[in-house]
Design a protein around this ligand. Structure first.
Ligand SMILES: C[S@@+](CC[C@H](N)C(=O)[O-])C[C@H]1O[C@@H](n2cnc3c(N)ncnc32)[C@H](O)[C@@H]1O
Length: 335
């Protein structure tokens, strides 16, 4: 085999090292100990983070080779835009995203099981589905919520710029997590009312968040399980990165529960990657691997969303692309 191929394959197989290294930086909070423009010697970083100096140096030298930190002089590190984004106080901080993966990384060990059986890696590794596992390890739950905000927060403005919510009276955010997405939509549309719906252990944080933003009068926070039912009373049901967590059968159950309560003029709005076929790399295809190993769902094509809609009493009425990698897939009740 040619040197180029062996080196390329070796690099791909070492991809896990880069992922784990960045997650470890987030877990250890290394970025918090450097002010941009004030390089820090690894010796003091090791002291401040209670880590092994030589190993920390090797970690930083490695991540710096991918643009996460910059070694400015011997064993002194300064920020780059990527390392600064891992600071806890960065706008839209990515630290919780790194911490989230750090804590559930083991699910990747089940990827071969997923490919063989179609079951999620989580079930193989942790013995239960992802959201049950989080429900049984409540220390993980706020990290997961914050991780979602880090990964998907930037999609909110892109969605609001691309999709017009005018005409909606009450917007239900199903699986709305800590409520940051719904709060942003309510902020942009002052006449709109909101319903935030999520599992029992999540809604407490959402409720406090809405109160802190002064939105509790315009938004009810409801606890429940979307496989059983979703709240009535909204004319639009928003689900961002919900359907991608689930198999077709489970997704049809969620959508059918929306169909039971949606008015004839209502709409469902799925904010998801709409993956394209072909050989182009994309965030959607990366996320699809995560869906396979973690919750056991999948990123779908536009045609696959159309199928899901048809099997749950909707028709795909519009797909709106945004400046970010996600699209808004709109469904209307089929007559
Ligand atoms: C991938 S996160 C997406 C969160 C949020 N929509 C966002 O875009 O940041 C999935 C959400 O679905 C919620 N969830 C999972 N299973 C659920 C269920 N059976 N019923 C209601 N919510 C559920 C989780 O608690 C979590 O908040």
């Amino acid at each position: 085999m040619a040197l180029a191929e062996t080196e390329q394959l070796t690099k791909m197989m070492c991809g896990a090292a880069l992922s784990r290294a960045v997650c470890t930086l987030g877990e250890l909070g290394i970025s918090d100990h450097i002010e941009a423009g004030v390089p820090q010697p690894v010796e003091s970083l090791a002291r401040l983070t209670n880590t092994h100096e030589r190993s920390l140096y090797r970690l930083l030298r490695f991540t710096a080779s991918y643009g996460v930190f910059l070694e400015v002089e011997d064993r002194k590190f300064d920020h780059t835009p990527l390392s600064a984004a891992l600071r806890s106080d960065a706008a839209g901080t990515f630290r919780p995203a790194a911490q989230m993966f750090h804590h559930i990384f083991a699910a990747w060990d089940g990827l071969d099981h997923s490919v063989r059986t179609g079951e999620s890696g989580c079930v193989k590794v942790y013995g239960e589905p992802l959201f049950d596992y989080i429900g049984h390890h409540l220390d993980l739950a706020p990290i997961f919520d914050a991780g979602m905000t880090a990964f998907h927060g930037h999609e909110t403005a892109a969605m609001l710029d691309a999709y017009d919510f005018t005409g909606i009276t009450t917007l239900a955010d199903i699986g709305g997590g800590n409520g940051t997405l719904l709060a942003a939509v309510l902020g942009r549309y002052p006449q709109l009312r909101g319903i935030l719906f999520d599992l029992g252990h999540v809604v407490g944080r959402a409720r406090s968040g809405m109160q802190a933003l002064g939105l509790d009068q315009r938004c009810s926070v409801i606890e429940g399980n979307f496989f059983e039912s979703v709240p009535a009373g909204a004319d639009a049901y928003l689900m961002r990165h919900i359907i991608h967590d689930w198999t077709d059968e489970q997704s049809i159950r969620i959508l059918s529960n929306c169909r039971k309560v949606i008015p004839a003029h209502g709409r469902v709005l799925l904010v998801e990657f709409a993956v394209a076929g072909g050989n182009q790399a994309s965030l959607g295809k990366d996320a699809d691997m995560i869906m396979m190993a973690f919750p056991g769902g999948m990123e779908r094509t536009e045609a696959e969303y159309q199928d899901l809609f048809e099997q749950s009493g909707f028709r795909l009425s519009k797909l709106t692309r945004t400046k970010s990698a996600v699209s808004v897939v709109e469904g209307r009740p089929a007559p």
